[in-house]
Design a protein around this ligand. Structure first.
Ligand code: NAD
Ligand code: MG
Length: 381
């Protein structure tokens, strides 16, 4: 098996913890761990995995961790500097980007410039700056491997495809989220607690809300465009409530190749680390005879307007992705704080998209400006 040493950004989160299960089961090494503020969990992880470096984004948390790990050889750092250091760690050949939100952009770019393999969970990075990120990866010979289950399924279904011209379309499956089948009227009163109940996956709060609004599928649509260099008209979305088929590729001869499995993120995480090889791992096997019938339906972009907004941003291109994502991050944060209602998320994102001007072929500075302007538009609405 490919031997690897991993720098894990966002180790205390849902993807971070499942990554550590894979790392442990497959006997891989950990070079660095980073988190925002959960010191207790980081201490536990650092003692177990003995990284060279442990980073807390929050400086107070970093100071606290330093005291807690004083009897170990683990070096502790804090803030964005620490996060960048973890992304560039010379001992690590692979960086898992499992932080949530656009804060992942700078460390991802830093790791790319060091030519590391990027196991990318942090989809916000590609939505904001997909063109810049993929160009930089090409220039520095850094491979970006998808961790997102749909994109891993597409990647697996594309193995052996030598000519992308043979691909008729990529089909992203979508669970429909906890509010599948509800009308706009019914969605109006949905609370934070309702939105945090996902039928098939247990994930961080932000992506769980994105799954309830279907913004997650919109972000994934843009992520797929950048990962596979596909125009929007060659990508479609189908609702598949059971989350057994993780996505499909339809070829020009009308063959459809899909990847199936239980809804278990440890499989796509592991494949991003071991590709092009496969190894025995901890993911739960699928029992075809007990998984029940598989169903498919059209997504409802009328009720779930976040999805419609994301598809519009995908078509517009340029900084539209950064505006969409920045506005959504700000609006979801307000929703989680109980300051706005469920349908207000789409309303605020729409307003930001109307207010902030789109620039084509943006520089990194223009991407960051678009993100900031979109957040401002949401907060001042
Ligand atoms: P999470 O909230 O459970 O974990 C986020 C991690 O990032 C934590 O370790 C946290 O400490 C860290 N973090 C948060 N804010 C930070 C900041 N400002 N600076 C530095 N670190 C910070 O989130 P998650 O569900 O694990 O998702 C992580 C990423 O993976 C997201 O981009 C999400 O869209 C993507 N993703 C998640 C899943 C899933 O099943 N959870 C599936 C596909 C993609
Ligand atoms: Mg996904």
């Amino acid at each position: 098996m490919r031997s690897c040493c991993i720098s894990l950004l966002g180790s205390t989160g849902s993807i971070g913890r499942q990554s550590l299960e894979v790392i442990q089961a497959c006997g891989m090494k950990v070079g660095a761990l980073t988190a925002n503020s959960n010191v207790a969990r980081m201490e536990e992880q650092a003692r177990q995995f003995q990284p060279k470096l442990a980073v807390m984004m929050d400086e107070q948390a970093a100071a606290d961790l330093k005291v807690r790990l004083a009897d170990t050889p683990v070096r502790v750092a804090g803030g964005l500097e620490g996060l960048l250091e973890a992304a560039e760690l010379p001992q690590a050949d692979t960086v898992i980007t499992a932080v949530v939100g656009m804060v992942g952009l700078r460390p991802t770019m830093a790791a790319i410039r060091e030519g590391k393999r990027i196991a990318l969970a942090n989809k916000e990075t590609l939505v904001c700056a997909g063109q810049l990120v993929t160009e930089e990866a090409r220039d520095f010979g850094a491979k970006i491997l998808p961790v997102d289950s749909e994109h891993s399924a597409l990647f697996q279904s594309l193995q052996g495809c030598k000519d992308r011209g043979e691909v008729k379309r990529l089909i992203l499956t979508c669970s429909g989220g906890p509010f599948f089948g509800k009308t706009r009227k019914e969605l109006e009163g949905m609370t934070r607690e309702d939105a945090l109940q996902h039928p098939n996956w247990s994930m961080g709060a932000k992506i769980t809300v994105d799954s309830a609004t279907l913004m997650n599928k919109g972000l994934e649509f843009i992520e797929a465009m950048h990962l596979y260099q596909m125009p929007p008209e060659k990508i479609s979305i189908v609702v598949h409530r059971e989350s057994i088929i993780h996505s499909l590729v339809e070829y020009c001869d009308n063959a459809m190749i899909a990847q199936m499995g239980t809804p278990d993120m440890r499989l796509p995480i592991q494949y991003a680390l071991t590709w092009p090889e496969r190894v025995v791992g901890p993911a739960t096997p699928l029992d075809l005879c007990s998984c029940g019938p598989l169903t498919f339906a059209q997504p409802d972009t009328e009720a779930f307007q976040c999805l419609a907004l994301a598809l519009a941003a995908a078509k517009t291109g340029g900084t539209a992705g950064a505006i969409l994502n920045g506005a959504n991050e700000a609006a979801v944060a307000l929703f989680l704080e109980g300051k706005i209602g469920f349908l207000d998320i789409a309303d605020r994102v729409r307003r930001a998209m109307e207010q902030v001007k789109v620039i084509q072929d943006p520089s990194m500075t223009q991407v960051l400006e678009a993100d900031a302007a979109a957040r401002e538009a949401v907060l001042s609405a």
